[in-house]
Design a protein around this ligand. Sequence first.
Ligand code: PRP
Length: 183
Amino acid sequence: MHPHLETVLFDETTILHRLDELGAQITKSYAGRELTVLLVLQGSLFFAADLLRRIDLPLQVTSLQVSSYHGGTVSAGEVTFHQPALPDLQGRHVLILDDILDTGLTLATLRRRLEVEVKPASIELCVLLEKRRSRVAGVRAAYAGFEIEDEFVVGYGLDYKGFYRNLRCIGTLSDNSLFHGEG
Ligand code: PRP
């Protein structure tokens, strides 16, 4: 176990086994349709690389960098889009991929902007983790890997102050590491 972790919630084997199931589920749901996967960076990078190779369909991938945490452990309450323009997804079947659904603010904001400004044929959400908590009304992931308690987690794409994304597992940080971070 990484020395900064307090607990491991999901190890690599467990994550990849769940991605086998999610990939099969998405393959079945989108059979016969052209899929465009929209990655919400940076957190979804590792999740996307492993999940998309388990989807047996022709698909396109695009991405957007969006943030709401600004490196800390709680949402800043506002969503920052780091590119001025949204990708052209008019008439496409869009699957938004993110690492975690927490307050729901990020995905609610992104979804609303896509609906109003881009007008895809359909939009669904796929997240690796979903926190057991109340969130922005109407935000629901059609595909979710694991449900977790309302606690701060790192690894497999999830960061604290930009670090820990490259851990193979997902876990909680010890109090000492949370205070100092890697930096
Ligand atoms: C995290 C995560 C989600 C969002 C979830 O992103 O990747 O996009 O917060 O939180 P919410 O449901 O409360 O909106 P973050 O702002 O940390 O950026 P990152 O993906 O670059 O780490």
